[in-house]
Write a protein that binds this ligand. Structure first.
Ligand code: 7RM
Length: 640
């Protein structure tokens, strides 16, 4: 078991140790886990040069992550609740699965996967709502060494097909439908549409969740309940190499289609588990709730793998924070006596707007620690969370990390690191952040602002982008050779605390979801009447950032003009999903381009922000007149 840090002095000491000798530090932690065979070498790495990045932790070590969740804990936790599932509709009964029960279900489903021919190394796409079977499916894949690729159930058929094809998955696990608030989402229908263009898929497994009418394709589609009938629960875990792939998770970047971020078995397990007890100061018997969706990395790590590795009781919620009313989160906190609560700033801001009484009418006295993740938290939301939800007695941990990092990287340790609103504060032991200027020169000392990079490998880092290792190098290691480039800008204050400012690339963080501007532009350009588009982020009071699209169309009739915005939104919904729908669409006759044809996004961003008073150098623009036209027609009020 991992020992947790208990004081600031101990943190500082551990931090020093971890930097002075990272291998010793991580080896000590890895030794508390269950390995089939010990590693020969702790770390072998190269961030630059031939084959880079080349990072191997616990070289030749053998293990299975599910043995570390189940076999390692079973003697003491068989009857302890592992997962509490709270359904979308509060009138439906919750489900509690003990470690013993969950283990049986995982082994049985693992055997069922084997029965249909799934084996080690196969890729399995999972497109499910937030139901316990999602965790069971993930863990069953890990048990047999199949690589899961979970696709958030809000993505469209096209986006799902892109992800299935990129990883050449041979199986899709889905359900008939899914509930979210008042909506029912026809997941199986979306899978059917996607599979028209996915030649690698041989089977789908379909869970019965909503009971709605669906079509089952003979020979391809199998009901979950039929598949597991008569399948036994005896299963020995596949022995995995520490560097065998555990999962792929697609995430958006500056250019092109989303990349499949690859995490491997040993390092991800060691790193992510280490973060949990330290950041949240989780103690045995506490009830833990992370409100994320398992379709995002936060849910992978902090609903499923990490709490279960830590022997925690993890709450999983199917619904949304505002249905049946805006008190739902706090009702659940009270119902299960949640001790640590982890959510996104966008959810907090949405609830601030609903009024305080939704919070004050529930008993929140069980709460000990509050966490945030996904985007910068503004001071107002931080204060509300701290004062009203936490009654001023719960430390807030503002945790900075990414899909690529596997687990939390920069964060206070609850109750140990003195906090300041909107600051992620200090790196966890083993994490070596640095700030660089645009030339890649390290900015030393405190009171500096620059681009956030990481100097040294940590066990939870991505190893590659699936099917395209060169892209991994180009995206994360080419800009500042020798360092991992995060894509974020940050400030280190006089005390050495980090404040994450936001993305420095063409990624927009909408409600904590990463959306690539290029992806949205590609989707908009699919509309037959659209010639060209440029997408930027702009400040949005609830979402953090909204999506602002400037679009050039072919000549439109009045009728076409009246419908074009709605049509563009539905085109984006079709090609990506509703989360990428532009909030503002402005039809323009031209875009601010340089003589070499590059769109000056900086100008479009400024206009979206509502401040065109200082547009900087526009002398390289081909046609400066378009800027005035865009300002005149802007969807927000613009200061000139
Ligand atoms: C976990 C997750 C990653 C991006 C990252 C940042 C932003 C995340 C914070 C934050 C400010 C934070 N993975 N981000 N946490 N910005 N403060 N505490 O969100 O891959 O989906 O997104 O999110 O820009 O690069 S992610």
């Amino acid at each position: 078991m991992i020992n947790k840090i208990n004081s600031l002095a101990e943190y500082l000491q551990k931090y020093q140790e971890s930097v002075a000798n990272p291998e010793n530090f991580w080896e000590g932690i890895a030794e508390t886990h269950f390995w089939r065979k010990k590693w020969d070498q702790v770390l072998d790495w190269n961030f630059d040069g031939p084959g880079a990045p080349d990072v191997k932790w616990f070289v030749n070590g053998k293990l299975n992550i599910t043995e570390n969740i189940f076999e390692r804990n079973m003697h003491m936790r068989k009857d302890q609740v592992a997962i509490i599932w709270e359904p979308n509709d509060p009138k439906e009964k919750e489900v509690r699965l003990t470690y013993g029960e969950l283990f049986e279900k995982v082994k049985q489903f693992a055997n069922a996967l084997k029965k249909i021919g799934i084996k080690k190394g196969d890729r399995v796409a999972i497109y499910l709502p937030m139901v316990p079977e999602l965790a069971i499916a993930m863990l069953a894949c890990a048990r047999i060494g199949a690589i899961h690729s979970i696709v958030f159930a809000g993505f469209s058929a096209t986006a799902l097909a892109d992800r299935i094809n990129d990883a050449t998955c041979n199986l899709v696990i889905t359900s008939d439908g899914g509930y979210r608030g008042t909506k029912t989402i026809p997941l199986k229908k979306i899978v059917d549409d996607a599979l028209e263009n996915c030649p690698s898929v041989q089977n789908t497994i379909v869970l019965n969740r909503t009971g709605e009418d669906i079509t089952m394709v003979e020979g391809r589609d199998i009901w979950w309940h039929d598949l597991i009938k008569d399948v036994d629960c005896d299963n020995v875990a596949e022995v995995m190499d520490a560097e065998d792939m555990l999962f792929i998770l697609y995430t958006s970047g500056s250019t092109g289609k989303p990349k499949g971020v690859v995490h491997t078995t040993g390092g991800y397990m060691i790193y992510s588990e280490y973060t949990f007890k330290n950041v949240f100061q989780y103690s045995d018997g506490d009830i833990w709730w992370c409100t994320a969706d398992i379709g995002w990395v936060t849910g992978h790590s902090y609903i499923v793998y990490v709490p279960l590795l830590s022997g925690a009781t993890s709450v999983m919620f199917e619904g949304v924070p505002t249905w049946p009313d805006a008190g739902r989160f706090w009702e659940i906190v009270d119902k299960y006596k949640i001790n640590q609560f982890y959510t996104a700033p966008t959810a907090i801001r949405a609830l601030v707007a609903q009024g305080d009484e939704w919070v004050t009418k529930h008993d929140l006295s069980s709460l000990k620690v509050l966490g945030t993740v996904g985007e910068p938290i503004n001071e107002e939301a931080w204060r509300w969370y701290h004062d009203l939800v936490g009654k001023g007695r719960c430390p807030i941990v503002d945790t900075w990390w990414q899909t690529e990092t596997g687990g939390i990287m920069i964060s206070p340790l609850a109750g140990i690191t003195p906090t300041k609103p909107s600051l992620a504060t200090l790196p966890l032991p083993g994490v070596q952040p640095m700030l660089v200027d645009h030339e890649g020169k390290e900015l030393k000392g405190n009171g500096v602002e620059g681009i956030l990079c990481i100097k040294h490998p940590w066990p939870g880092m991505l190893r590659t982008t699936y099917g395209d290792h060169e892209r991994c190098y180009q995206t994360y290691f080419a800009n500042y050779p020798g360092y991992y480039f995060t894509g974020d800008g940050a400030k280190r204050d006089e005390e050495g605390y980090y404040r994450i400012i936001g993305r420095v690339d063409d990624v927009i963080n909408v409600s904590g979801h990463r959306i690539g501007t290029a992806e949205v532009e590609d989707a908009i350009n699919q509309h037959p009447k659209v010639n060209e588009s440029a997408v930027v982020g702009y400040p949005h009071p609830i979402k953090g950032a909204g999506i602002y699209a400037y679009v050039i169309c072919e000549p439109l009739s009045d009728n076409e003009l009246a419908n074009i915005e709605a049509e563009i939104r539905s085109t984006v919904t079709k090609f990506i999903g509703p989360i990428a729908k532009p909030d503002q669409i402005q039809i323009v006759s031209g875009l601010p381009k340089t003589r070499s044809g590059k769109i000056m996004r900086r100008i479009l961003r400024k206009i979206g922000e509502g401040d065109a008073s200082n547009l900087g150098d526009t002398s390289t623009l081909l046609d400066p007149g378009v800027v005035d036209e865009i300002i005149d027609g802007a969807k927000v009020e613009v200061k000139r």
